[in-house]
Design a protein around this ligand. Structure first.
Ligand SMILES: NC(=O)C1=CN([C@@H]2O[C@H](COP(=O)(O)OP(=O)(O)OC[C@H]3O[C@@H](n4cnc5c(N)ncnc54)[C@H](O)[C@@H]3O)[C@@H](O)[C@H]2O)C=CC1
Ligand SMILES: NCCC[C@@H](N)C(=O)NCCCC[C@H](N)C(=O)O
Length: 259
């Protein structure tokens, strides 16, 4: 799995504010508004314990601090434990955490200790980025281009299909593309024979994965993928509404899904 770097998380508040503005332009709601409306939940300032985890590649600089900034931005009361791992978990519960946020190299979870609900970052991220794109006020059809059908992309594509969108999917992994075509009934997108879309969803760890020929004027590209799916030059040339942020939107989705 592609891991975040401290660089990805620099100026997280500015990145979150820019993403919030883009989500407002695209949907008419801010990130919190989309999450509340989609999950049907609301925050009462729940106390969140953020527990650093040292396993595998270890602690990622800025990760816990970014989660602290993100949870405060969305109106929660949060703290980062002094200790990591098991001691940190114990510290979080002893200090009154109602929700635990913690991540190793494979799983980033939110666990609500009061109601038992638990969320995984990958599906929550794919679903919320798809939900945002599905609400695009200027969409000219229900056709969606989806590039990247992995642990984030597949749940996002399933969400589009569930909402009645026609998904044209592509993944560099041919077997995965075939599995997704078979299981979700999507149409394979042929990069050699592209067409234009006003809704594009991308979840890959590669840059510049969206062909210029697929971009329509003022299309939305809703992409959790890091690095960015298109160049700044193409974004400006086509007036693309880019919804892209490294951690906060997916974390908000996790939190509102466990309230
Ligand atoms: N912004 C956020 O909040 C989050 C971002 N991410 C990022 O989302 C991306 C995807 O994460 P996962 O789904 O967990 O990874 P994954 O490895 O499960 O899926 C990525 C998929 O992209 C495909 N792919 C790679 N290069 C491609 C290309 N050039 N064209 C088409 N398909 C290509 C791979 O074959 C794979 O199926 C990663 O960059 C990850 O860091 C993940 C979670 C949250
Ligand atoms: N964008 C949200 C998904 C993040 C995920 N791609 C990742 O880097 N996961 C590793 C997080 C490891 C955190 C570390 N154990 C710490 O606690 O600092």
């Amino acid at each position: 799995m592609a891991l975040l770097t401290p660089e990805d998380l620099k100026n997280i508040n500015r990145q979150l504010q820019e993403a919030d503005s883009a989500v407002r332009r695209v949907t008419g709601l801010d990130i919190k508004g989309v999450c509340k409306d989609f999950y049907g939940t609301t925050s009462c300032g729940e106390k969140i314990g953020i527990v650093p985890v040292t396993s595998g590649n270890g602690i990622i600089g800025n990760f816990s601090a970014s989660l602290h900034a993100i949870t405060e931005y969305f109106g929660f009361d949060s703290f980062v434990t002094n200790m990591p791992d098991v001691s940190g978990y114990y510290e979080a519960v002893r200090n009154g955490a109602q929700i635990i946020l913690m991540a190793d190299d494979n799983t980033f979870l939110a666990h609500n200790l009061k109601n038992g609900k638990i969320a995984n970052n990958q599906p929550c991220t794919g679903i919320i980025y798809a939900e945002i794109a599905s609400r695009y006020l200027k969409a000219d059809s229900k056709d969606v281009l989806a590039v990247g059908l992995g642990k984030v992309g597949f749940p996002g594509v399933a969400h589009f299909v569930h909402k009645g969108f026609r998904v044209y999917g592509y993944d560099a992994d041919r077997a995965l593309l075939e599995k997704t075509v078979f299981s979700l009934g999507i149409t394979p997108f042929d990069p050699e024979n592209p067409r234009k879309f006003s809704i594009i969803f991308e979840a890959t760890p590669c840059a510049d994965t969206i062909p210029e020929a697929a971009l329509s004027e003022n299309c939305v590209i809703s992409t959790p993928g890091i690095p960015c799916a298109i160049s700044r030059e193409l974004q400006e040339k086509y007036g693309v509404e880019l919804v892209m942020e490294p951690l906060g939107i997916g974390t908000a989705s996790m939190l509102y899904s466990v309230l």
